[in-house]
Write a protein that binds this ligand. Structure first.
Ligand SMILES: NC(=O)c1ccc[n+]([C@@H]2O[C@H](COP(=O)([O-])OP(=O)(O)OC[C@H]3O[C@@H](n4cnc5c(N)ncnc54)[C@H](OP(=O)(O)O)[C@@H]3O)[C@@H](O)[C@H]2O)c1
Length: 504
């Protein structure tokens, strides 16, 4: 299924990192497929490619309806790397493909097998499509050492891709620092939220972080430098330091007097669980990342500097820029942009069967302007909280976190702008119709599926503001859950729309 959009100029010029790149687009590699475009790296790569004149096709598992942020100016193809046939259509007529897929959110028990299958499928489809090149962004780490499951899996993916006839360019990175990156948000939130940080032995392992802008430059430069075909490069910033030193650097930037206390215990399971309670990043991601902390991730050589020379952003500056972007509410992509682990969580209200059996509506009539009411609706959650009954939302979020759900700590990408697929605490934006409807889909741990719909309708010269909770329950436990929370919903939703109206 392919949707084509009119090419439109890339508006947000300040997110373009590649303007200073010395390479120029190669006309024989004009047609570029970007997989993982809904993700953190892919979402930043696409505008750069479009700005350089490439014809970009985005591959996504879900139709990117109302996702102008990602799809504007590009063609969209719906395909799943686990479905070999769908890849043929995605790759048809393409010269180059970026392979930016991973399934870390599935958790350590599952992602290894799934990512390997996806890579095998992609290799076969790329060969059939006679692709000129695949560019893969993988992870650093010494293949001869005892690598974590995550790093081993990243290596396996590169090996699988290389087994085909299509030349592969491999870029291997350690942690990537930029606003919205999972690694940055973990560092930032740990330092901001904890005055005392326990330091297990593995926090002294060395790593070589790289700024997201430099990663994007390498990705774009790779297809513009023909000599990178069939080559593997380690990419990293200027600093080689321990995780503890990085946390100390960030504390210094924030002006925090954090106490770092060495501790004799080092259980990754415990630390990842604790870290998930103090950061917006879910436990599954933190656990995978922390398991890799025991492996040194430092570039073995700097060969890439000779091929794509440009000044690298120092780590301190990368941290300051990430912080500034967050404070200025200008985060363009975020780790939470990729869909949650269970893809059934991505089923939309339109698609769900049977239809939600339980609904409850709360409404009020307002004389206020429709646009003002809608703006106020779109500011819920994140730093603003949920207005009057905030503690109840927070409590629900904490319970969710304890159950290893996403909780409310994910917050929002931006407090003042909202787009389809953004997360708002434990919700994901499913649809936005300006000044009319905001539809949110629940991603918290629930025995059923839930949606929250805000609507504004004109009635007798006034505006009717409503919030509707919709719930699909297939089991007795799921039905009991609905009835148990019904009295709470009464207070929460009534308060919520009253406050939305007041603030608008
Ligand atoms: N971010 C970092 O700090 C970092 C560091 C080093 C290396 N890397 C590498 O960079 C690459 C991209 O990372 P990222 O942070 O951008 O990832 P991300 O934000 O988690 O995005 C992952 C992407 O993979 C897609 N995907 C997952 N399973 C798929 C499937 N079966 N078929 C098609 N698409 C699928 C997801 O699409 P849906 O929206 O459909 O789920 C999503 O767009 C990865 O290879 C990663 O190892 C990242």
């Amino acid at each position: 299924m392919m949707e084509t959009k009119e090419k439109s100029p890339v508006e947000n010029k300040d997110i373009l990192y590649c303007a200073s790149l010395a390479t120029i687009p190669d006309p024989s590699c004009k047609n570029v497929l970007v997989t993982g475009a809904s993700g953190y790296i892919g979402g930043r790569l696409v505008p750069e490619l479009l700005a350089r004149g490439y014809r970009v096709r985005i591959m996504a598992r879900q139709a990117l309806r109302n996702r102008e942020d990602v799809a504007s100016g590009a063609e969209v193809v719906v395909a799943d790397a686990l479905n070999r046939a769908s890849l043929d259509e995605a790759l048809e007529g393409m010269d180059v493909a970026y392979y930016l897929i991973h399934s870390m959110l599935l958790g350590p028990c599952k992602f290894e097998k799934v990512d390997r299958t996806a890579a095998i499928n992609f290799r076969e489809a790329a060969q059939k499509a006679r692709l000129k090149r695949i560019v893969y962004l993988g992870g650093l780490g010494d293949s001869k050492s005892n690598l974590s499951t995550h790093l081993k899996s990243r290596l396996q993916v590169s090996q699988e891709l290389q087994m085909g006839q299509v030349p592969v360019t491999i870029l291997r990175a350690a942690i990537i620092i930029g606003s919205g990156s999972a690694s940055y948000e973990i560092i930032n939130n740990l330092v901001k939220n904890l005055p005392v940080l326990p330091v297990p032995a593995w926090a002294r392992t060395l790593c070589q972080p790289i700024a997201v802008r430099d990663v994007i430059k390498y990705l774009v430069g790779a297809i513009e430098a023909p000599q990178t075909a069939g080559q593997s490069y380690d990419i990293g910033g200027e600093s080689v330091l321990s995780y503890e030193e990085m946390l100390r650097m960030h504390a210094d930037i924030l002006g925090k007097k954090t106490l770092f206390i060495p501790v004799p215990f080092s259980s990754i399971r415990l630390f990842s669980y604790l870290a998930s309670l103090f950061t917006p990043v879910p436990h599954q991601i933190i656990r995978c990342l922390m398991e890799s902390i025991v492996n040194e991730v430092v570039c073995k050589d700097n060969c890439i500097h000779a091929v794509l020379p440009f000044p690298l952003l120092p780590l301190r500056e990368a941290l300051v820029r990430a912080l500034t972007r967050e404070e200025q509410d200008r985060v363009s992509t975020r780790w939470s942009d990729a869909y949650p682990p269970a893809h059934e969580l991505a089923i939309t209200l339109e698609e769900v069967l049977p239809r939600p059996q339980f609904t409850v509506v709360y409404s009020l009539t307002s004389t206020k302007d429709r646009a003002a009411l809608f703006t106020s609706i779109c500011e819920i959650g994140g730093k603003e909280g949920w207005f009057n009954s905030n503690w109840m939302w927070k409590l629900r979020g904490q319970i969710d976190r304890l159950l290893l759900g996403v909780g409310t700590a994910r917050g929002r990408r931006s407090q003042h702008s909202l787009r389809v697929n953004d997360v708002i605490d434990f919700w994901r934006v499913e649809n936005i119709e300006a000044d009319r409807t905001l539809l949110l889909r629940a991603e918290m741990k629930l025995p059923g599926k839930a949606w929250l719909m805000f609507t504004i309708e004109p009635v007798d010269g006034k505006n009717k503001l409503s919030v509707t909770a919709l719930y699909q329950a297939n089991t007795i436990a799921a039905k009991l859950y609905w009835y148990f929370f019904l009295p709470f919903h009464h207070f929460i939703f009534r308060d919520l729309i009253t406050e939305i109206e007041k603030r608008s």
